[in-house]
Design a protein around this ligand. Sequence first.
Ligand SMILES: [Zn+2]
Length: 476
Amino acid sequence: MKFKPVIGLEIHVQLNTKTKAFCSCPSDVFELEPNSAICPICTGQPGALPVPSEEMFEYGILLAAALNCKIHEYSRFDRKNYFYPDLPKGYQITQFFYPLATDGYLKVKEKRIRIRRIHLEEDAGKLIHSSETITEASHSFVDMNRCGVPLAEIVTEPDISSPQEAREFLEKLRQILRYTGVSTGDMEKGALRCDANISVIDTETGIQSNKVEVKNMNSFKFVEKALEYEYRRIVSLMKKGEEVKKETRGWDLSSKTTISMRSKEEANDYRYFPEPDIPPVIFSRDYIEKIKAKLPELPDEKFERFKKAYKLGDYEAGILTSTVQLADFFERCVKITNNPKETSNWFLTELLRFASPEADFDELKIKPEHFKELFEMIEKGEISRNIAKNVFEETFVSGKSPRKIVEEKGLKIVGDESLIEDILKKLMEKYPDKVQEYKNGKTGLLGFFVGGVMRETKGKADPRKVNEIARRLLAD
Ligand SMILES: [Zn+2]
């Protein structure tokens, strides 16, 4: 490949704090009436003083630790001054000069994507236009509920080398956010937002295009799609020897293209100065270590432990550790069943057909003991695997014990050899031509007789036994 994309991401993560960053308004405002969660502080009324939330620092430190960052004992808030109707203060409180953390990384499939910095800041409000597009709107409303909601901004180095890798990075990041409880990571609720910058390098000449910033990508899929589109657009300009403009482009869902929004402003277009109302933030090493000690087992560690402790393959371990809830439920089940391999099989082939990995597994009607009962009945040859699948589904829906379902419905396997022989003999009498064809070498007809027995016993016969007996009788 002559051309290679060079991609960096800027991600805003809403922290799971109870209150906003600098006041006591609630921070989970997604479903609230517009302007119902505001106060003089977050709407910037004269004389109101911001007080940083300690929870915001704790989540910030946890996130920075999970992303292997250097957490600074000294950080500071600054004012980023700009005018926009959704920003009543006329500035955003952010950490520009002294961010909370720097120099981290996140591993995506063995590759380290470096994190340049993580800083804390407050969100702005939201404009609601009377029409879909701002140019057609006759008027607009402002909802200030989001003003002051605490965010962590994560900035990566331009280490990402494909649109797919950008999506994988975000998926891994969201997994970590959910593992640590730092954020819900819900993109559709605005708790995780991503901007990307992309340039293209011509590997033969070493010439690199200008950087283009891409915004408005509100799902992981769109991040990948927008970057793919942008990569192709830049390459075609480079091939024609045309200039790639330094600009900000937005992903347009209807046309599936990116559209120029504005030529890119430099960081120094904004005027930053230290926030005079908040003193510098100074953490002791002890405090940082105390918070870091709260870090739970992270996805990579859990994955490795599952592979080793339960002797699982990459695929199984990857799925079972995709969420903490699923991993915990698996471990609770294995404690009872004592059979990791079988438990993993049933999780992957059956449980996850009915429950999403994001489910609340405590709420499920199926309990770890049910897995044990089911496995025991299969092991003892009391029910076939096919029957067990139906029983599983019924237990999943009703919460009824598998043993009870089997007893009530009379699903126990017909292991009685003489009964199987009787059914087979009747079939052979009924279809002598098929018996003859079998004897003449059309051995595929074995399935015809086995199937007949299974139908007659409503699937309750042990297929291995039926096969064995049918083979014996037909050979006579
Ligand atoms: Zn407030």
